[in-house]
Design a protein around this ligand. Structure first.
Ligand SMILES: Cc1cc2nc3c(=O)[nH]c(=O)nc-3n(C[C@H](O)[C@H](O)[C@H](O)COP(=O)(O)OP(=O)(O)OC[C@H]3O[C@@H](n4cnc5c(N)ncnc54)[C@H](O)[C@@H]3O)c2cc1C
Length: 360
């Protein structure tokens, strides 16, 4: 509950309308097949109705993220607490589970004393990077690595543009198929914003294996070569001003000047003075501008874990563990995670609902 109270910057982005979702694979880099099934059982609409029935009035933002109308995550926490109380759920606080054995014996400590219980069924919802609670079993676990982070870049010049936003840029990691599109924010350490977070999610494991080093390619125009040429040709035709003073509409003047410098094009030139080599360099910089990645920085709003209990271990109809009947898993302890936007909590609700109803 403490974690829930800080979600969405204290506002709790509890789900998403999914109206802008074209492919679940892009939303759930890990677990999209399972989520496709589970959303038929407990969808975003079911989630919204469930919370509204508990008295939490909701609001959908323009970006399709759903929040409590009160903009207060504690309202969601209190609603869940009320539902548990009314449902006769007995909550034991201050217990730390240390292991779950194949015969469902749960060992936990409370006030420094160790106890065990052996219930008929267990639902494990211990969150990201906690799958080692099952290390005494032969359940396979995908290594836990961080997802949803921002990227530190080596180049000092780009960091001077801190605060600059490009509404639609395409990011990719050179030499890989990882690619994301969306709003890009330049920060004083490198890049952030939805496009960066998406890329970090898609490439979470790859970046971890490579020590958070690599080459980031930015397509500032989100355009292919022909479209970029057309745009520059239009600018050249319609402007009598210097190149530095006639930037594409979607790029700020400061960013444009930075890109001209990177392309080795003087900003006091007139368009007709731009030779073919300068023209090619400028096109290349606009659609494939490469920066060295030197690390990752934590995203302050949200982060999740990629990895956890392998989904092949779970019966997708019930969320029951195939090897340990009576053990159910839900939430981030599983190898499911999503990009930002309320999709991670939706995964927690859908998996938990399915597990609980299977037990009932
Ligand atoms: C700062 C932040 C903001 C976020 N904001 C959003 C958002 O707005 N929208 C969204 O969709 N997602 C958000 N997320 C992601 C989302 O919070 C998680 O995906 C979601 O909480 C996972 O739910 P869970 O129940 O699986 O795990 P958790 O919420 O992590 O809960 C796990 C619980 O298990 C307990 N636990 C762990 N180990 C043990 C143990 N050994 N013994 C006993 N108890 C244990 C923990 O104390 C915790 O209470 C955010 C994440 C962070 C970190």
């Amino acid at each position: 509950m403490a974690k829930l109270s800080i979600t969405g910057g204290g506002r709790c982005n509890l789900t998403n309308t999914f109206r802008n979702v074209q492919s679940l694979e892009k939303i759930y880099p890990r677990g999209f097949r399972l989520m496709k099934r589970l959303l038929h059982k407990f969808s975003q609409t079911d989630c919204m109705n469930w919370f509204e029935d508990l008295g939490v009035r909701l609001i959908e933002q323009e970006d399709q993220c759903v929040f409590p109308r009160s903009q207060d995550a504690m309202e969601v926490v209190h609603a869940l607490e009320r539902a548990m109380h009314e449902g006769g759920v007995h909550v034991k606080c201050g217990c730390k589970v240390s292991s779950i054995d194949p015969d469902l014996t749960v060992t936990f400590t409370q006030n420094k004393s160790c106890s065990t219980i052996k219930p008929d069924a267990v639902i494990l919802t211990s969150g990201g990077a906690t799958a080692d609670l099952l290390s005494g079993t032969d359940i396979s676990i995908e290594q836990a690595v961080p997802s949803l982070f921002t990227l530190k870049l080596e180049d000092e010049e780009i960091k001077k543009l801190m605060g600059t936003v490009v509404q639609k840029a395409v990011l990719s990691l050179q030499g890989t198929r990882f690619r994301s599109e969306g709003t890009l924010l330049i920060t004083d350490w490198g890049v952030s914003g939805p496009a960066t977070l998406c890329l970090s999610s898609y490439a979470a494991r790859y970046l971890c294996e490579n020590g958070y080093r690599g080459t980031l390619s930015i397509n500032w125009l989100s355009a292919n070569e022909d479209e970029a040429k057309e745009l520059l040709d239009q600018l050249g035709k319609s402007s009598t001003r210097t190149i530095g003073n006639s930037h594409p509409q979607k790029l700020t003047e400061r960013l444009w000047k930075h890109l001209l410098t990177r392309a080795g094009v003087r900003d006091d030139l007139r368009w007709k003075e731009l030779g073919s080599k300068g023209y090619s360099r400028l096109i290349n910089t606009l659609i494939n501008d490469c920066y060295t990645i030197i690390g990752r920085a934590r995203f302050k709003e949200e982060f999740v874990t990629c990895g956890g209990v392998s989904l092949s271990e779970i019966n997708p109809e019930t969320m029951e563990c195939k090897k340990i009947p009576g053990l159910y898993l839900a939430g981030e302890v599983l190898d499911i995670d999503a990009v930002t936007g309320g999709f991670n909590l939706q995964a927690a609700w859908s998996t938990a609902w399915t597990a609980a109803h299977s037990i009932i």
